[in-house]
Design a protein around this ligand. Structure first.
Ligand code: DSN
Length: 414
């Protein structure tokens, strides 16, 4: 039976959300528009199948084809990211990171990660997360003037605290990390080094951002941000990781199942396999490059309007805007932009005097609007709308109409 006949309420809400996505600009840096093929796999009968265990060793029958799907997904991930072992079962990024902790550490062990308000992720040791509650968390920061990771501080803290596990990666940091230096620091204290590339996985896969592979032991990622797949997660073990600990693949797999998860979402795994195939094609390289060009163009145009772009620009898909000189808070800017058809999120800026509830910053990203085919010219238009509405909130309605017109010219992937 058609959804709208069976459950009109949910059908209507899906229709409204679809319309919202079509008619407005999705500029939340962690969002994207997946392909119809990815969504077809997600909505397939694979969602009905139980497959606890791993290919060839399941705790349920009937997994002949499911095994092939999961193996294809694993093989494609290994090839695309050039790693030795991949677990494609984590339901998303946080369980992937949790599995890394529980594979390598016991509660009370010392871990290190970038502080949340510096651009790090909750699961990198923030006190509100399991990672900051179960482990002795040492947090590193960005430099107060350059807003770049303070590598000297990372080194000092690592030497002082000798963490068992170090995290590198971020949710709101606009620059390329020095993977080599971080790898050297971890090696110098004998720590496991895990790179969380959730935000930049598509840029790494597309060859437009340095890969951490040679320098880290483990890589975790989500699959729905720049990689443009379904919601999901992966844990990868590098050659360097196997050299440090040949048991790493087994430890990770055992922690995901039966450690913290039950049945994998094989419909999502099929959809991840599809996005990995898409990400291996030449068109994806072009896409990844355009994400960066668009982010740079947007940063430059906003700077010309007097916006303060943290760290002076961007080397990836996101920008962090310090709004203090515009006399508007992050939440007010987020709401005004939403009324203008531009979806973004408020964000703390490093050393934010305003605190996490009413932060001074806004995080803006280009992955989704680049998927629609927008280029530098459109970035200039978007910057002008951001400037206009921040200066004159009454312009929101008019801008929303202009955004709608632009969106019509750049439809979602069909
Ligand atoms: N929630 C993601 C983001 O928006 O960056 C990180 O998990």
């Amino acid at each position: 039976m058609k959804l709208k006949n069976q459950d009109g309420q949910i059908a209507k809400l899906i229709e409204l959300e679809t319309q919202r996505q079509k008619e407005t600009l999705q500029m939340i840096a962690s969002e994207n528009h997946s392909s119809p093929a990815v969504r077809e796999a997600l909505g397939s009968l694979l969602t009905d199948k139980y497959a606890e265990g791993y290919p060839g060793k399941r705790y349920y029958g009937g997994n002949e084809f499911i095994d092939k799907v999961e193996n294809l997904c694993i093989d494609r991930a290994k090839k695309l990211f050039k790693v030795e072992h991949v677990n494609v079962q984590p339901h998303s990024g946080s369980p992937a990171n949790m599995a890394v902790y529980l594979s390598l550490c016991t509660p009370g062990d010392t871990i290190m990660g970038m502080a949340l308000d510096m651009g790090g992720h909750l699961t990198h040791g923030a006190k509100y997360s399991f990672s900051g509650k179960l482990f002795k968390s040492v947090q590193y920061h960005v430099d107060e003037k350059t807003y770049l990771v303070n590598y000297d501080e990372v080194e000092k803290l690592a030497k002082e605290h000798k963490p068992k596990l170090m995290w590198v990666g971020f949710s709101a940091y606009p620059r390329i990390l020095d993977w080599k230096r971080l790898g050297d620091i971890a090696d110098s204290v004998g720590a496991y080094l895990a790179a969380d590339i959730a935000h930049i996985a598509g840029l790494v896969a597309g060859g437009v951002h340095p890969s951490p592979v040679p320098y880290v032991h483990i890589i975790t990622t989500t699959t729905h941000k720049t990689l443009r797949g379904p919601r999901g997660g992966m844990i990868m073990v590098t050659k360097k990781g196997i050299q440090k600990d040949s048991e790493l693949p087994r430890k990770i797999d055992k922690t995901i199942f039966p450690g913290i998860q039950g049945g994998p979402h094989e419909n999502a795994i099929a959809a991840i396999a599809i996005c990995l195939k898409e990400a291996s094609l030449p068109a994806f390289k072009k896409y990844a490059k355009q994400i960066l060009l668009n982010a740079k163009a947007l940063a430059k145009a906003l700077q010309e309007y007097g916006f303060n772009i943290m760290s002076g620009g961007t080397e990836n898909h996101l920008l962090l805007i310090d709004l203090r000189n515009k006399n508007i808070t992050g939440i007010d800017a987020q709401n005004l932009l939403e009324a203008s058809g531009i979806s973004t999120n408020r964000n703390s800026i490093p050393y934010d005097p305003a605190g996490p509830f009413k932060p001074s910053g806004l995080r803006v990203g280009t992955p989704a609007i680049t998927t629609r085919g927008m280029k530098e010219k459109e970035m200039k238009m978007i910057a002008s709308w951001i400037d206009e509405v921040v200066a004159n909130p009454k312009a929101a309605k008019k801008i929303a109409q202009e955004v709608k017109k632009l969106c019509k010219k750049f439809p979602l992937p069909k």
